[in-house]
Design a protein around this ligand. Sequence first.
Ligand SMILES: Cc1ncc(COP(=O)(O)O)c(C=O)c1O
Length: 310
Amino acid sequence: MAKMGVECTFVSPDCTEEELNAAFKPNTKCVFGETIANPALTVLDIEKFAQAAHSYGVPLIVDNTFPTPINCRPFEWGADIVTHSTTKYMDGHGVAVGGAIVDSGKFDWLAHAEKFPGLCTPDESYHGITYAEKFGKEGAFITKCTAQLMRDLGSIQSPQHAFYLNLGLESLHVRMARHCENGQAVAEFLVKHPKVSSVSYCGLSSDKYHALSEKYLPHGSCGVVSFELKGGRAAAGEFTKHLKLAAIETHVADARTCCLNPASSTHRQMTDAQLQEAGIPAGLVRMSCGLEGKDDLIGDIAQALEQVRA
Ligand SMILES: Cc1ncc(COP(=O)(O)O)c(C=O)c1O
């Protein structure tokens, strides 16, 4: 983002209202968060962040990829724009990279015109129209997205990939229930295991985010469970090596179970201390439970844990 001239101020999802208020700057344009963060699996207090964003005249954008609209509809809690990586559960089979932006059409851009010149002043590349005047709050942002991101810059799926995505969407509601059932069963197994030091899954009554999940995710969260092995990076490496059913993949939220130790793959450039600071300890394993039978999944995890010596 910095390379594109966009600065970000980070706040913890658990921040106090004071800390949240202190993060807003005169040039803040939006607040962005994930309903369920990947891979820490924190749950966002959407109402709290929406209220803060609105009091500073900016929209709340929520990445709702992990719960999908089946398990959470952030607009009902005050979010203004929702994004999804459709590459994940929506497609469900990892066949087509894609993303979606959904605009609630509720944010009043003109009321904060000085912050949003791209929507509130004439766009010479689009016949001199002012999006917020021509399309109203219902259509301004999403029309700019389609006119500029899709038409001018080409952020658009190929017809074949859109076809794959549509196939996936038709069974999303059935698959999400199974992902949640498997995630819950795996989390309950892991939390009792002597080689596991901690488990993050908001469906566990012991989880730090359980109360928030009861509010925002009453029908389930997702199939992704993160846990930490007592033996750290070495133990996590050994564990993943012995898995037979779960594939080692960067991909997540798929019909097939996929597993990742960020410290030895996506985040391997970072030291243990840097990982800890980012909320991704070196021994963290992200297990994305697929649609397999839960007994098979637990059996695979159990035999891999058995072989961990560290
Ligand atoms: C929550 C979330 N949002 C967005 C993305 C980006 O997805 P894509 O690979 O489709 O660009 C990811 C990828 O892991 C993700 O987990």
